[in-house]
Ligand binder design. Sequence first.
Ligand code: NAP
Length: 274
Amino acid sequence: MAHSLPQIAILGTGHMGGAILGGLQQTPDSWAGIRVTSASAATASSLAGPGVEAKSLEEDAQANRWAIEGADIIVLGVKPHYLLGLLEEVAPHAPASAVMVSIAAGITVAQMEAVWPGAVIRTMPNTPSQVRHGVTGLSVGSRVSPEQREAVVRVFETVGAVLPVEESSLNALSTFSGSGPAFVYFFIERFVEVAREHGFTPEEATTMVQGTFAGAMELLESSGKTPEELREAVTSPGGTTQAALGVYEAADLSAIIRQASAAAIARAEGMAKG
Ligand SMILES: NC(=O)c1ccc[n+]([C@@H]2O[C@H](COP(=O)([O-])OP(=O)(O)OC[C@H]3O[C@@H](n4cnc5c(N)ncnc54)[C@H](OP(=O)(O)O)[C@@H]3O)[C@@H](O)[C@H]2O)c1
């Protein structure tokens, strides 16, 4: 690492890159400086702020080269199909000691290491990173120093929890945390739909369902009890909750979750093969 505090560059600062930037801005004393880029001038102007310099390709075709000057950590925040092209563009100009960090689904460490001769880290964050309750899976390449790994973990800890995993587990992790928010919203949508069939207004149904998901999670986190203990506390033998849970068990909810996870992993493997 060239600096005692890392200098950060985010190339492509949209939804996910912007979430990470938001986390970094919460701990401004932890970074030597932050430079970010976007394609359009409009996005770049919304990103600049205290401790953050922003440039767009629209204003300066060399914006990415400017952003990586002296950088210790370079986060590649563009869409997956642009990632290797962007890496090829910046690799000849990046400091040799920089670690390249991908947040893109489906691009492997080996693909990045074939372009960048230095350190590479592959991550899989999720959308609750936008509110700093994210979960990020993180796999290190073969040339990453302990110091670089620790610094990149600190970057992602600004937006939530970080789980270091083998790269071979990253697709599986993604079916729980990466795609997971979509499954939670899908469940909420289905519960609201059925609540409305019982005559509740959309507002009433939303209050019941969202309030219950949020309250149950808060209770889980604050009570120190396990999900099983809290479920049992609601479930009287022979009662209404037990009758409903019996329906989920008969439908074998675990088998459905297993099949859904396997489908997502198969899709990720198919995408990696092109
Ligand atoms: N969203 C998720 O749930 C999620 C979860 C995990 C991982 N990811 C990963 O995060 C990455 C970005 O996704 P996103 O949803 O954040 O996309 P996004 O909102 O479209 O952000 C992409 C950003 O890249 C900028 N850009 C495009 N080409 C560029 C270039 N050559 N140089 C510099 N900046 C460039 C765009 O600028 P403009 O704004 O000016 O167009 C935009 O700000 C993807 O690889 C995705 O796989 C996303």
